[in-house]
Write a protein that binds this ligand. Structure first.
Ligand code: NAD
Length: 361
C-alpha cells in the first residue's frame, strides 16, 4: 500500500446489544451528570416517559416535540425546558430528528449527550448538525455536536415499522456509498463503508419479512453505526447535496428522499468512480445504480419523489439549487444531467446505464 491519508477518530462511547438500555443510569453518572432531560418526538412520547421513570431521580423530565429538519424555534423551546428543569445532560431517544434536537442543544450549551438510537439514519455518531430557520437548512460541524455516549439496543427497534426500517437503512447506505469515493477517504473508512452496506443489505432482506428478528435488527444497527461513522469521518458529495436541497427547500421527508435518490446519484457517479464503487456494486449484482434500484424495489421502498409532494414544475428550481455553489463530486456537476437525474427520481424509473466517462479514471 502506498497511499497517504489522514484519519481523524471521533471520540465516543458505544454500548451495543440487546438489553443495553438498562445501563443508561450508570452512563448518566459516568458523564458526571445528575439530571437528564429525555428528548423524543411526539410519536415516541411513551418511550421517553418510560425512560424517565427508569432513570428515577436522574431524570429532569421529558421534552417530546422533536421534529424533522431540527427547526431552531423548537430547539429554543427545548433549551427553555432544559433550564427550567435544571437539567445537566440530554438523552435523545429516537432517530435523526430527536438526535438533531439533542445536538442542537449541546452545540449551544455544551450539554453532554447520550443517544439511544432507534432508527438507522446514523446521526448519533457524527459531529454534524443540520437545522432549519426561515425555510433554510444549514449544516454545522463542531466536535461539541458529537454525542458522548451511544446506546444501540436492538430490542428498541423491533417496532420500527418495516417501511421506516427500509428507508432509514437506505439513508445509512447513502453515507457509505459517498464515503467510498470521498476525496478524504482512507482505508479504514472504506472498510467500514463496505461492511456497513453489506450488513444492512443482509439485515434489511430479513427485516422486511421478520421485523421482530433480533439478530437482523442487531445487524442493521451494526451496519448503521458503521455507515454513520463514515458520514462523520469523510466528506459527502452530490447525493447528500441533492437530498439536503430537496429536504430543506421543498420539505421532503429525509429518509424517503435518500432512499429514492440514492440509485440515481450512484448511477450519476458510477463511471467517474467505478473503481472505488466496485466493492459496493458487487454487493448489488455489478452495476451500482441499477443494483441499488432493484434492491430498493425488492424491499418495497418508495421509488418516486412525485409521491412525496414534489411537483414536476419544481424540478427545474431543484436542479438550479443543486448546481449552485459548485462543490466537489467525482463527476463534475452538470446542471442538465442533474435535471435528468431528478426527472428519473421524480418519476421513479430505473437509472439509465451511463456509458460516458466525464472524469479521469
Ligand atoms: P426520524 O427521527 O424523523 O423518525 C421518524 C419517525 O419514526 C418519528 O416519528 C420517530 O418518532 C419514529 N421512530 C423512530 N424510531 C422508532 C422506533 N424504533 N419505533 C417506532 N417509531 C420510531 O427519522 P430518521 O430517518 O432517523 O431521521 C431523519 C433526520 O435525521 C433528518 O432530519 C436528517 O437530516 C437527520 N440526519 C442527520 C444526520 C447527521 O449526521 N446530522 C445523519 C442522518 C440523518
Amino acid at each position: 500500500m502506498n497511499e497517504r491519508f489522514t484519519y481523524d477518530i471521533n471520540r465516543g462511547r458505544v454500548l451495543f446489544g440487546a438489553g443495553m438500555l438498562d445501563t443508561i443510569g450508570e452512563e448518566v453518572e459516568r458523564l458526571g451528570a445528575r439530571r437528564a432531560l429525555v428528548l423524543s418526538t411526539p410519536a415516541q412520547r411513551g418511550d421517553a416517559a418510560r425512560l424517565a421513570t427508569q432513570l428515577g431521580a436522574r431524570a429532569a423530565g421529558t421534552f417530546c416535540e422533536a421534529t424533522m429538519h431540527t427547526p431552531v424555534d423548537v430547539t429554543l423551546k427545548a433549551m427553555t425546558a432544559y433550564e427550567a428543569a435544571n437539567a445537566d445532560c440530554v438523552i435523545a431517544f429516537g432517530g435523526g430528528s430527536t438526535i438533531g434536537l439533542g445536538k442542537a442543544i449541546a452545540w449551544r450549551n455544551d450539554a453532554p449527550q447520550i443517544v439511544v438510537a432507534t432508527t438507522y439514519a446514523g446521526s448519533e455518531v457524527t459531529p454534524i448538525l443540520g437545522q432549519t430557520e426561515n425555510g433554510l437548512k444549514t449544516t454545522v460541524r463542531d466536535p461539541k455536536i458529537l454525542p458522548e455516549v451511544v446506546i444501540y439496543d436492538p430490542l428498541l427497534t423491533l417496532e420500527l415499522p418495516v417501511a421506516m426500517s427500509v428507508t432509514s437503512g437506505l439513508n445509512a447506505m447513502a453515507h457509505a456509498v459517498e464515503a467510498v469515493y470521498a476525496r478524504d477517504r482512507n482505508p479504514i473508512s472504506t472498510l467500514m463503508a463496505i461492511e456497513g452496506v453489506r450488513a444492512l443489505r443482509d439485515a434489511l432482506r430479513v427485516i422486511v419479512n421478520e421485523p421482530r428478528n433480533i439478530a437482523a435488527r442487531s445487524a442493521a444497527l451494526y451496519g448503521s453505526w458503521l455507515c454513520g461513522t463514515v458520514l462523520g469521518t469523510v466528506g459527502m458529495a452530490l447525493h447528500h447535496k441533492l437530498c439536503h436541497t430537496l429536504g430543506g427547500s421543498f420539505d421532503l421527508p429525509p429518509a424517503e428522499t435518500h432512499a429514492i435518490v440514492l440509485p440515481h446519484s450512484a448511477a450519476y457517479n458510477a463511471d467517474a468512480a467505478r473503481r472505488e464503487l466496485k466493492p459496493l456494486a458487487d454487493l448489488f449484482g455489478g452495476e451500482i445504480g441499477e443494483g441499488l434500484y432493484d434492491f430498493a424495489a425488492s424491499l418495497g421502498a418508495p421509488l418516486a419523489l412525485k409521491n412525496f409532494g414534489l411537483n414536476e414544475s419544481q424540478l427545474d428550481h431543484a436542479a438550479d439549487l443543486a448546481a449552485k455553489n459548485p462543490y466537489w463530486n467525482p463527476r463534475p456537476i452538470d446542471r442538465g444531467a442533474i435535471r435528468e437525474l431528478l426527472q428519473r427520481a421524480w418519476e421513479g424509473v430505473r437509472p439509465e446505464r451511463r456509458t460516458s466517462v466525464e472524469a479521469p479514471a
